[in-house]
Design a binder for this molecule. Structure first.
Ligand SMILES: C[S@@+](CC[C@H](N)C(=O)[O-])C[C@H]1O[C@@H](n2cnc3c(N)ncnc32)[C@H](O)[C@@H]1O
Length: 345
C-alpha cells in the first residue's frame, strides 16, 4: 500500500531522511516509490492494521512532516487528469458509508499554477458522486491533493502535531540560554540517530537540554554532560518540566564519566568557538578528545549525530567513526550548520 509523507519545506533533504529513519526504527518493510519536492511516497508492506499502527507511531516521532496520507492516486498536474484520476480511484478503504469528507489542495512552490480552491471543489464533486457527503467544518475524512512534481491524492491517516514543538520552544522553557537548536531540528536529529524507547541516549555537550528533552519524550533514558555548573542547573529545570527521570553531570566531554559501550545513541551540538563557551585547551583538543570519547562510550553498530559550524568529519574519522551522511543547514548569512551522521562499526 502506498503512503505519502507531506514534508515540511524547512530543509531539502532532512525531512525525507527523518521519515526513512523512522520507518527503519519501527521495522517497516518498505520501498521508496517516489520522491517529489516536499512529498515522499513509500510502498509499505503488511496488513492494513499493522501498517497503520506503524504509521501512527511514526507520526508521533516526526517533526519535519505535516501529514501522512494513504495514497488513492498519483497523476500529472493537469486539472482534467486529476478529476479523472480522483473519479476512477477506489476510495472504499479511505472513507466508509455515512462518513463525511473535505478535500484540500496544497500547492508546493511553483510546480503548477492550478487554482487550488477550484480543484478542491471539482474533486469534492467526484467524491460526492460516489455517494458521500461533504462537510467543510468537521469532516470525518480529509482528502488532500499535494500539487508537487506530480499530483498526489490521498486521505490523512495521521497528522503530525507540529504545534507541540512550538510549545517547547527555548524561550518558553523554564531556563533559557541563547544558541540552542529549535525543538523540531533537535527531534529530527534524535530520529536520525535511530534511537528507540528504552535506549540509553547521551548528549556530552547538553547545554540547556534541548536535545535531551526531545530524546526523553520518545522514551529513551537520557544522560547529559556539560562543563558549566550553571548550565547544568538550567538543564535540570528544563528536564524536570518534561521528563520523569534523567541523569545529568557537570563534567568534561573530553573525559566522560561513563564506561565503554554503554550508550545506544548520541546527538550533540558542541560549542563552535564563537557564541558558545568552550572549556578546553583549544577547539582542536575539544573535538579530537570529545569524538574519541563519543566513540568509546557508544555501542558498536549504533549512531552518533553531531552538529557543527565547521568541518569536523576528520576528527570523527580519526576517532573511528564511519561518516554515513552529511547535511548542510543554512541558518543565516554567516552560519551554515553541518550535520554529521556517524556510525560506530
Ligand atoms: C552549543 S551549546 C549546546 C546547546 C544545547 N544543545 C542546548 O540545548 O542548550 C554547547 C555547550 O557545550 C558546553 N561545553 C563547552 N565546553 C565543554 C566541555 N569541554 N565539555 C562539556 N561541555 C562543554 C557549553 O557549556 C555549552 O553549554
Amino acid at each position: 500500500m502506498l503512503y505519502a509523507f507531506e514534508l515540511s519545506g524547512e530543509h531539502e533533504t532532512l525531512p525525507r531522511a527523518e521519515v526513512i529513519a523512522c520507518l527503519d526504527i519501527v521495522g517497516a518493510v518498505y520501498s521508496e516509490h517516489a520522491f517529489f519536492d516536499q512529498c515522499l511516497v513509500v510502498d509499505i508492506a503488511g496488513s492494513d492494521e499493522i501498517v497503520e499502527k506503524e504509521i501512527n507511531w511514526i507520526s508521533k516521532r516526526l517533526s519535519m512532516s505535516h501529514y501522512i496520507l494513504k495514497v488513492a492516486g498519483i497523476c500529472d498536474n493537469d486539472v482534467d487528469t486529476i478529476i479523472e484520476m480522483s473519479g476512477n480511484s477506489d476510495i472504499s478503504s479511505h472513507i466508509i458509508a455515512g462518513e463525511t469528507y473535505v478535500v484540500r489542495a496544497k500547492r508546493i512552490k511553483h510546480h503548477t499554477d492550478i487554482h487550488g480552491a477550484n480543484l478542491e471543489g471539482r474533486v469534492g464533486g467526484s467524491i460526492y458522486r460516489k455517494g458521500y457527503s461533504a462537510n467543510m467544518k468537521n469532516p470525518d475524512v480529509e482528502f488532500r491533493l499535494i500539487l508537487t512534481g506530480r499530483c498526489v491524492f490521498g486521505s490523512i491517516v495521521a497528522p503530525v502535531d507540529r504545534s507541540a514543538y512550538e510549545a517547547r520552544s527555548p524561550q518558553k522553557k523554564p531556563f533559557f540560554y541563547p544558541g540552542v537548536l529549535m525543538p523540531r531540528m533537535a527531534r529530527a536529529l534524535v530520529n536520525l540517530s535511530k534511537t528507540r524507547d528504552g535506549d540509553v541516549f547521551f548528549d556530552p555537550f547538553c547545554g540547556t537540554a534541548g536535545i535531551l528533552v526531545e530524546a526523553g519524550l520518545i522514551g529513551t533514558g537520557v544522560i547529559g554532560v556539560d562543563v558549566q555548573a550553571k548550565i547544568i542547573g538550567g538543564a535540570q529545570m528544563n528536564l524536570e518540566a518534561f521528563l520523569p527521570g534523567y541523569s545529568l553531570f557537570v563534567g568534561d566531554a573530553c573525559r566522560v564519566p561513563l564506561v565503554d559501550g554503554c550508550v545506544d545513541a548520541i546527538v550533540t551540538d558542541p560549542p563552535y568557538g564563537r557564541s558558545a563557551a568552550i572549556k578546553a585547551e583549544s577547539l582542536h583538543y575539544l573535538y579530537a578528545h570529545s569524538f574519541a570519547e563519543m566513540y568509546r562510550v557508544l555501542k558498536s553498530g549504533r549512531m552518533a549525530v553531531v552538529v557543527s559550524e565547521q568541518r569536523v568529519d576528520g576528527f570523527a574519522r580519526d576517532a573511528g567513526f564511519i561518516v554515513v551522511e552529511t547535511y548542510l543547514q543554512k541558518v543565516h548569512k554567516s552560519l551554515t550548520r553541518i550535520i554529521l551522521v556517524l556510525r560506530k562499526e
